[in-house]
Ligand binder design. Structure first.
Ligand code: HEM
Length: 529
C-alpha cells in the first residue's frame, strides 16, 4: 500500500505479535478499566499517560466531513482494458497506458456516495449518487470523479456554492426546505434537465451496484502525435439498472437507512462481485457549431444515436475495505488527477472543480493526504515537497543525496522526466470576459428526456414534483410550470393540473414533510439533493 518500509515493518509486527494491548508509544496497558487515582475514590492524577493518550485521541477521532458527498461506501477492485475503443485500436485516440493492451489490469478503489446530507444520512434519499474511481496506474493515479446521472444542475463553477447552500438545510432552522431548492432551480433554468432526472425514479437508485456512472464533464484524450479529441465517460452496470419509486424508497427507509452500503458490502463478501463496463463517447476537438448545444455544457447529454457509446474496458469490485475510516473516509479524489494521454477540456465546471478538490482535501484530510496508503500511487513517488503536519516519510529514495531537496542542481538530486509523447499544445485566444456560453438551450433536452421516460417514470416525476412544489411560493411554482411547458407541452400541462388544487405557497419556511396534510405519507420526504 505504501512505498515506506517502516510502515510495512510496523504492520508485520502488528500481525505477528501476541494480543497484548498497548498504547501508541508501544507500552503495554496493564489496566484499561480504571484511571489512576489517589485512593480508589479519586481524585485523578494528570500524569496518567495511558488515559490522557486514549481520551485525547478519541476527542480527535473525526475529521471534517466532506462538504458534499459525506455519506458513502467504498470497495477495491481492478480495471481491465480491452485495448480497443469500439472497433479501433485505442491508441488512435489516447496514449494512456492503462487502456492500451487487451487484458491489462489496473487496481482501483471506488467510492459511491449521496450528495447533500451528512455522514449517516439515509441512503434512500432523492439525490444524485457519486461514483468516484481511483485508478492506481503505472503512470501514477487517475481519478474519474463522476455521478450516476450523466448531466448536472449548473454549467458554471461559480454557482456551485450557492446551489449547495440552497439544497442543504436552511441556515436558521437546519431543516431542508423544498422551497429553497426550487427557488434556486427556478432561477437557474439550466438546472431543469437535471431536475427532471432527479425527480423521476432515476433520482433514487435502488442500490450502488445497480446504477450507471458518468464522468459528466467533458475531458480530452491525447494520442502519441499530440492530437486530442473530446471524450465523455460512462459506466454501465452488468447487474442491470434499478431505480425506486418514492413509495418503495420510503418503505426501505422505515427499516434500514444503510441499505446501499450493506448491499455492496454483502455482495462482495459472498463473492458476487459487481462489474461495470467503461464506455466513451468521442467528438472531434472543436466547438461543433452544427450542434444545438455546446459539447462543453454539462447540462446536456451527447445524443447516443449521433455519438455511440464505445466500450474500452471493464471494472470488477472484489475486495471490501479493511477499515472504513482509513480507506473510505480518508480517500481523496480529484478531477485534476490525470495521467499522460488524458487531459482537461475547457468545460467551465471541470476547471472550477479541479481547483476545489485538492483544496478541500488539504483542509479535510491534511497537507500530506497524498502520503496515506489509500491515496498514494502504487508506484515510485519522488518530490522535493516536505514538511507539513503528519508528514509520514520523505518522498525521495535513499540513494539520492538527502541534502539536495531542490531542483535544478549540479550536485545530484531529482531531475525532470522526458515528455512521454508529442505535447498537446492547443491555441487559445479570446477576450477575458464573464459571460454565459451561447447555445444554452435550457429545456429542449429536458423535453426529450421526459418523452423517453416510461409511463410509470413520468407518473412518478409529476407526482414527486407536485408533492414538493405544492409547498412552494406561487412565483416559484409558476416559474417551474413555465420551464416544464417549454420543455414539453404535456409535461407543463400535467404539472399545472397537479398543482392546481394544492394549497398556495407563500410562507417563508416549508420544511419537507407532510406539513400541509395534502400528500400521502410516502411523498413526505421527496428531496435530498
Ligand atoms: C465531492 C466540489 C461538481 C462529483 C466534492 C467535494 C468537493 C466538491 C469540495 C468534497 C471532496 C472531498 O472532501 O474529498 C465540487 C465543485 C463542483 C462539483 C466545486 C462544481 C463546480 C461535481 C460534479 C460531479 C461531482 C459535476 C459529478 C460528475 C463529486 C463526487 C464527490 C464529490 C463523486 C465525492 C468523491 C468521494 O467519494 O470522495 N465535490 N463538485 N462534483 N464531487 Fe464534486
Amino acid at each position: 500500500m505504501t512505498n515506506d518500509p517502516s510502515y510495512r515493518d510496523n504492520q508485520k509486527s502488528n500481525t505477528e505479535d501476541n494480543n497484548t494491548l498497548t498504547n501508541r508509544q508501544g507500552h503495554p496497558v496493564t489496566n484499561n478499566q480504571n484511571i489512576r487515582t489517589v485512593g480508589n475514590r479519586g481524585p485523578a492524577t494528570l500524569e496518567n499517560y495511558d488515559f490522557i493518550e486514549k481520551i485525547s485521541h478519541f476527542d480527535r477521532e473525526r475529521i471534517p466531513e466532506r462538504v458534499v458527498h459525506a455519506r458513502g461506501a467504498g470497495a477495491h477492485g481492478y480495471f481491465e482494458a480491452y485495448g480497443t475503443v469500439g472497433n479501433e485500436p485505442v491508441s488512435k485516440y489516447t496514449r494512456a497506458k492503462l487502456f492500451q493492451e487487451k487484458g491489462k489490469q489496473t487496481p482501483v478503489f471506488v467510492r459511491f456516495s449521496s450528495v447533500i446530507h451528512g455522514g449517516h444520512s439515509p441512503e434512500t434519499l432523492r439525490d444524485p449518487r457519486g461514483f468516484a474511481v481511483k485508478f492506481y496506474t503505472e503512470d501514477g493515479n487517475w481519478d474519474l470523479v463522476g455521478n450516476n446521472l450523466k448531466i448536472f444542475f449548473i454549467r458554471d463553477a461559480i454557482k456551485f456554492p450557492d446551489m449547495i447552500h440552497a439544497f442543504k438545510p436552511d441556515p436558521v432552522t437546519n431543516i431542508q426546505d423544498a422551497e429553497r431548492f426550487f427557488d434556486f432551480c427556478a432561477s437557474s433554468p439550466e438546472s431543469f434537465h437535471m431536475v427532471t432526472f432527479v425527480y423521476s425514479p432515476w433520482g433514487i437508485p435502488a442500490n450502488y451496484r445497480m446504477m450507471q456512472g458518468s464522468g459528466v464533464n467533458t475531458y480530452k484524450w491525447v494520442n502519441s502525435d499530440g492530437q486530442a479529441v473530446l471524450v465523455k465517460y460512462h459506466w454501465e452496470p452488468k447487474q442491470g439498472i434499478k431505480n425506486l419509486t418514492q413509495k418503495e424508497a420510503s418503505e426501505i427507509q422505515a427499516t434500514n437507512f444503510n441499505h446501499a452500503t450493506q448491499d455492496l458490502y454483502q455482495a462482495i463478501e459472498r463473492s458476487d462481485y459487481p462489474e461495470w463496463e467503461l464506455l466513451v463517447q468521442i467528438l472531434s476537438d472543436d466547438e461543433h457549431p452544427e450542434l444545438d448545444f455546446d459539447p462543453l455544457d454539462d447540462t446536456k447529454l451527447w445524443p447516443e444515436d449521433q455519438f455511440p457509446w464505445l466500450p474500452v474496458g471493464k471494472m470488477i469490485l472484489n475486495r471490501n475495505p479493511v477499515n472504513y475510516f482509513t480507506e473510505v473516509e480518508q480517500v481523496a479524489f480529484g478531477t485534476g488527477v490525470l495521467v499522460d494521454g488524458l487531459d482537461f477540456s475547457d468545460d467551465k465546471m471541470l476547471q472550477g472543480r479541479t481547483f476545489s478538490y485538492s483544496d478541500t482535501q488539504r483542509h479535510r484530510v491534511g497537507a500530506n493526504y497524498l502520503q496515506l496508503p489509500i491515496n498514494a500511487p502504487k508506484k515510485r513517488v519522488a518530490t522535493n515537497q516536505s514538511g507539513g503536519q503528519m508528514e509520514y516519510y520523505v518522498d525521495r529514495s535513499p540513494s539520492h543525496n538527502p541534502h539536495i531537496n531542490y531542483e535544478p542542481s549540479l550536485l545530484g538530486g531529482l531531475v525532470e522526466a522526458q515528455q512521454a509523447g508529442k505535447e498537446y499544445t492547443p491555441l487559445i485566444e479570446g477576450r477575458l470576459v464573464r459571460q454565459s456560453i451561447d447555445r444554452s438551450n435550457n429545456t429542449q433536452q429536458a423535453g426529450d428526456t421526459y418523452r423517453r421516460f416510461k409511463d410509470w417514470e413520468r407518473d412518478e416525476l409529476i407526482s414527486n414534483l407536485v408533492g414538493d412544489l405544492s409547498r412552494c411560493d406561487v412565483r416559484i411554482r409558476d416559474a417551474m410550470i413555465a420551464l416544464a411547458a417549454e420543455a414539453d407541452e404535456e409535461y407543463g400541462r400535467r404539472l399545472r393540473e397537479g398543482l392546481k388544487n394544492s394549497p398556495k405557497g407563500g410562507s417563508s419556511q416549508k420544511p419537507l414533510g407532510n406539513k400541509n396534510g395534502d400528500q400521502a405519507p410516502d411523498k413526505a420526504v421527496n428531496i435530498a439533493h
